[in-house]
Design a protein around this ligand. Structure first.
Ligand SMILES: NC(=O)c1ccc[n+]([C@@H]2O[C@H](COP(=O)([O-])OP(=O)(O)OC[C@H]3O[C@@H](n4cnc5c(N)ncnc54)[C@H](OP(=O)(O)O)[C@@H]3O)[C@@H](O)[C@H]2O)c1
Length: 158
C-alpha cells in the first residue's frame, strides 16, 4: 500500500481538522495519483472534506468505529481495511490513519513544503525512520509564496 500526504518542514499535516496549505499544483498531483483508485481515510479527515462527503471518482474505505455514512465502505479495524483495499490503494490520512497503516505501506508520496506553520496533526517523520529512505525528489516548485518538492520515500528492503 502507498501513502500520500502534504507535510510542512516539521512534518505537520493539519490544524483544527484542516489542511495547513492550499497548493493547486499539489491538489492536482493528489487528484492524478488517486483518481479511480481505492483510498483509505480516517473519520476526522473524511469529515473535513467538503460536505463531509467522500472525494468523487474514488472508492473510499473509511476506518471508523463510530460512523457509517453513505458512499463509503466502513471498516472497523486496520487489518480489515487493508484486506479490503488491496496493495494498490492509497492511505490518505489523517495522522492516526497514517501512523496505523505505516507498517503496511512500502511507498510514501510526500509533498514537502519548506515552511512550518503551527500544526496539531503530524505525519511520521520518515527522515528519522531507519526503515525508510528518500528515493526521489522533484525540482523545487513555488506557489502562493511557498516552496515545495515532491518526494518519494520507499521502505528499505530487508
Ligand atoms: N496534509 C495532508 O496531506 C493531510 C491528509 C489528510 C488529513 N490531514 C489532516 O489530518 C488531520 C486529521 O487527523 P486525525 O489524526 O485527527 O484524524 P484521522 O486519522 O483522519 O481520523 C481519526 C479517526 O479514524 C478512526 N481510526 C483511527 N485509527 C483507527 C484504528 N486503528 N482502528 C479503527 N479506527 C481508527 C477513528 O474513528 P472513530 O473515532 O470514528 O472510531 C479516529 O477517531 C486534519 O487536520 C486533516 O486536515 C492532512
Amino acid at each position: 500500500m502507498k501513502m500520500i500526504a502534504a507535510v510542512s518542514a516539521d512534518w505537520g499535516i493539519g490544524r483544527d481538522n484542516s489542511l495547513l496549505f492550499s497548493l493547486p499544483t499539489d491538489m492536482k498531483f493528489f487528484r492524478r495519483m488517486t483518481l479511480e483508485k481505492t483510498v483509505i481515510v480516517g473519520r476526522n479527515t473524511l469529515l473535513s472534506f467538503p460536505g463531509g462527503k467522500p472525494l468523487p471518482k474514488r472508492r473510499t474505505i473509511l476506518v471508523s468505529g463510530t460512523i457509517c455514512p453513505d458512499g463509503v465502505e466502513v471498516c472497523r479495524t486496520v487489518e480489515e481495511a487493508a484486506k479490503k483495499a488491496g496493495d494498490e490503494s492509497f492511505v490518505i490520512g489523517g495522522e492516526q490513519i497514517y501512523r496505523a497503516f505505516l507498517p503496511l505501506c512500502d511507498t510514501a508520496y510526500v509533498t514537502y513544503v519548506k515552511s512550518a506553520p503551527p500544526a496539531d496533526a503530524f505525519f511520521p517523520n520518515l527522515d528519522e525512520d531507519p526503515e525508510w529512505e528518500l528515493s526521489e525528489e522533484s525540482e523545487v516548485f513555488e506557489e502562493n509564496g511557498l516552496e515545495f518538492t515532491f518526494r518519494t520515500y520507499r521502505r528499505i528492503k530487508a
